[in-house]
Design a protein around this ligand. Sequence first.
Ligand SMILES: Cc1ncc(COP(=O)(O)O)c(C=O)c1O
Length: 354
Amino acid sequence: MNRGTTSPVQIDLISDTATRPSAGMRAAMASAEVGDEQRGEDPTVNALCDRVAELLGKEAAVFLPSGTMCNQISIAVHCQPGDEVIMDALAHPVHFEAGGPSALGGVMIRCVEGRHGVFSADQVQSSVRMPDRHAPRSALVWIEQTVNLTGGHCWQLNEIREVLDAARRFNLATHMDGARLFNAVVATNTSASEFSEGFDSVCIDLTKGLGAPVGAVLAGSTSFINDAWRIKQRWGGAMRQAGIIAAAGLYALEHNIQRLQQDHENAALFAQIVASHPQVELSVDSVDTNIVILDVAHTDFDALLCGRYLMDKHGIRIGTLGPRKIRVVTHLDITNEDVRLVAEAFLEFLSNIG
Ligand SMILES: Cc1ncc(COP(=O)(O)O)c(C=O)c1O
C-alpha cells in the first residue's frame, strides 16, 4: 500500500493538487447548509452544480468525488461496450485512470498523436471507423484542456471548434476533460462557456488550481446528467451531506479563478531561470499555464536522484516523468519566492553533477 511521503515537504511542486484549503475556504465549509445529496436535497451541492452549469453554458451538472469519476462516467454514458473513443495518446484516461475505459466502460481507445496533445480535424477524420461489422464503432471524441502531460498546453478555441465540427460530421459525441479548464480560461482570455460550447459533456476539477480539497463537476444536457446520475449511483459516487465539500468548490469558483494568473507567472519565472542552463531542454514559450516539464540533456542527470536531492537538502518536492524529465507544477500555495528558491536549488544540483 502506498501511503506517500511522510518527510517534511516545505515547497510542494509535485502537482497543483498539493494545495491545502485556505482559512476562508474552511470557514465556508464549516458554515455550509447541507442535506442528503443522494436525494438531491443538499442546497450547497445544488448551488455548486447550478453555478458550474451556468459557467459552462450547459443545462445541468452533477457533483462527483473526482475528475477520474467524471471522465469514466462520461465514457459510460456516451459509449456502448465495444465502442471506440478517439483521444490523444497523452490523455489522462490512457495513463492514469487504472484502465477504467476498458474495465468500466468496456471501450477501446483510438489514440491519436497530437502536437502538445492537440490534434486536428483531419486526425479525427482519419481515425473514425467506417461502418463495418468487423470494426469497433467510433462513438466519442475527447479533448483535454489543458493538456497535463505536455506541460499544461492550451487548446485554442479555433482548434477545438474544428475538431468539434469533424466529430459532428461523423455523429460522434464529444467530451472535454477540463480538469484545468480555468487555467486555459485565464491564459487565453476565453470564457469557460466559449470553450465548452458544442461539447456534449464537460468536466472541471475543483482540486487542482482551484484549491478545493475534494470534488469535480460534470456538466451537459439534462438528459446526459440524468444518465450520469444513474451511473454515479451504481458506482457508489452518490453522497449524503456533501455540501460540506461542495462549499469549498463554490468558494474556489468565487475566489480562485483569476488568481491562476499568478501560478502561470510563477511557472514562467521558473522556466525562465532554469532554461538559461545549457543542459536544460525547455522552450520558455511552451509554458502556457502552470506546468513546466523539462528534459536535461546531461548524461549523468538522473531525475529520481535530483528529486531526492531537492527533497533531502531543501524540503522541495518535484515530479519526475522519465529518467531525465522533471515536472514542476505551480499553485496557490506557491509564492514567487518559493519558485526562485526551487529554481536555484535545481541549478545547484545541475552544477554538482558538472
Ligand atoms: C487532465 C486530467 N484529467 C483528469 C484528472 C483526474 O482528476 P482526479 O485526480 O480528480 O481524479 C487529472 C488529475 O491529475 C488530470 O490531470
